[in-house]
Design a protein around this ligand. Structure first.
Ligand code: ADP
Length: 489
């Protein structure tokens, strides 16, 4: 897969975008914070200097002219005053401040202001203008006092170079840009490494799944090394593959068993009809052959009918046809049929307690389930045995239909297999009795679609008890009563 289309790439890009935005915000904050503080410091120092000079008793005008200020250290001081409508500037020799006249005029009227200017030499200056009164032609009078003959409203402008601040900020800018880019590069490489590591199990899962798909080998499993979300995903997929494998194997066995099951009666029909056609036969012989053919055709038809039921069961959605079923009434009608079957085989039929219970279900499917179990009880109970049928309420919220026989029973090893499709303990006996090995699979399916289950208790040679247990929502129990079954006359 192309790296640029991978989650790793997208994951890293998003991570870098978020990190980049955070770094830019952080760097901008640091830069503007420092810049603000340095400029504030400069302004404060200009204010302090202005105050110092304003309060000084020294003749600033002379000091300026003599270049006594710290020009070398980047400080410039200029004095302005208006004399005969002309703005006069007093500054150190060679120092020219490009000051805005409006700012000077404002200062002469008492308004202090800051400004940033560039000198003709390209040097950046921060300026502060304050009002300043200039006294001229001073002389001393007795007593040591100094008097002035003239005074002008002027402005004192103090400027300081911002070169140091600009240099510091320039350096900081470079450091921040370099640090941000380096962090992004390291984070990007780390992000790809971590994403690769974190998503390696996903690659493994995808790789194994692709191999399974290509080879069709459902016995393979994904390696599960961790207990995290990806480990859980891998185990879920493994369970799914195991279930698919099981379903696939069962389907293969089922198809094999089904074709085998249908092949036997077909072979009998083919052999019987070929044999009959080989030479002329008496009508009695033809009749016998046709009876065999009809019996085998009936057997095939029964198998196909059961296969259809199971196919419908596999397709699901049978619960759409559910309605309220009077289970007591249904079990009583099954008891009538059971008694007929028992009588045909010289068995004793006993009807136990049949409660009036109701469940939600499909009456036809339930009848099929009960008749299958009655059929088995009769089929696997030798002459003289007893078959008992009852319907009880258990644990207050379950309806239990019980089929008990005193037949051949089932060994404990076989019990777990009898619900498998086409499973028969004694194939020859079952087939001779007309069984196909699908009856209990169908029973189990019908019980499960009714959210019920079938429990079996059995002992070889002693008999079996099949209990079909249905949950009753809200206990649809009318009243428990002794069997209303009156038996057949
Ligand atoms: P079959 O059509 O062969 O009866 P089933 O699916 O109904 O198929 O039953 C599967 C197997 O379980 C039967 O072949 C039989 O050996 C055993 N079995 C079912 N019911 C009983 C029972 N009541 N007593 C003894 N064995 C039984």
């Amino acid at each position: 897969m192309n790296f640029f289309h991978s989650i790793k790439f997208r994951f890293t890009i998003w991570y870098l975008i978020v990190l980049g935005v955070l770094l830019i915000l952080l760097s901008a904050g640091v830069y503007y914070g420092l810049s603000h503080s340095l400029h504030d410091n400069l302004d404060d120092s200009l204010k302090l200097r202005a105050e110092q000079l304003s309060n000084s008793k020294a003749n600033i005008r002379d000091s300026i002219s003599q270049g006594n200020f710290q020009e070398k250290l980047g400080e410039v001081v200029s004095l302005y005053f208006v004399s005969e409508d002309e703005l006069i500037q007093v500054s150190a020799h060679g120092v020219e401040i490009p000051v805005d006249t409006q700012m000077i005029m404002n200062a002469t009227k008492g308004k202090k202001a800051f400004a940033s200017q560039k000198t003709s030499g390209g040097q950046k200056l921060r300026l502060y203008s304050v009002p300043y009164t200039i006294y001229e032609d001073s002389r001393f009078i007795p007593g040591g006092y100094r008097v002035f003959s003239e005074k002008h409203s002027g402005a004192l402008v103090i400027g300081r170079s911002t070169e140091n601040i600009d240099d510091a900020l320039h350096g900081l800018r470079q450091i921040l840009i370099f640090a941000d880019l380096a962090t992004l590069a390291i984070a990007g490489a780390g992000g790809i490494f971590l994403a690769k590591r974190a998503l390696k199990p996903v690659d493994d899962i995808a790789g194994t799944a692709a191999e399974i798909e290509q080879s069709g080998d459902l016995s393979r499993r994904i390696k599960v090394d961790t207990k995290d979300e990806l480990g859980r995903l891998a185990s879920t997929l493994n369970n799914m593959i195991a279930r698919l494998q099981g379903a696939f194997t069962r389907q293969q066995e089922f198809t094999g068993d089904a074709s085998h099951e249908l092949r036997t009666p077909l072979a009998v029909i083919e052999a019987e009809s070929t044999l009959s056609l080989q030479k002329k036969r008496s009508s009695e012989e033809y009749k016998q052959s046709l009876e065999i053919v009809a019996q085998e055709a009936k057997h095939m038809s029964a198998i196909i009918g059961q296969l259809l039921v199971l196919a419908r069961a596999d397709a699901g959605n049978e619960q759409r046809l559910f309605e309220e079923v009077d289970l007591g009434e249904l079990v009583r009608t099954v008891a009538f049929d059971a008694e007929i079957l028992c009588r045909e085989k010289n068995l004793k039929f006993e009807c136990g307690q049949i409660g009036n219970l109701r469940i939600n279900g499909n009456i036809e499917r339930l009848r099929e389930l009960f008749l299958n179990l009655v059929d088995n009880a009769v089929r696997y109970t030798p002459e003289g045995g007893t078959v008992t049928l009852s319907l009880e309420r258990s644990k207050g919220k379950e309806a239990v239909v019980i089929f008990k026989d005193t037949g051949i029973g089932i060994s404990s090893e076989e019990i777990s297999h009898i619900f498998q499709r086409f499973y028969r303990i004694d194939k020859a006996r079952s087939r001779a009795e007309g069984g196909s090995g699908l009856g209990l699979a169908i029973c189990k399916h019908i019980a499960e679609t009714h959210t019920g289950k079938i429990e079996v208790e059995s002992e070889s040679g002693k008999g079996s008890t099949f209990k079909v247990i249905f949950p009753m929502e809200g206990g649809r129990y009318v009243r428990s009563m002794q069997a209303q079954y009156n038996g057949l006359s």
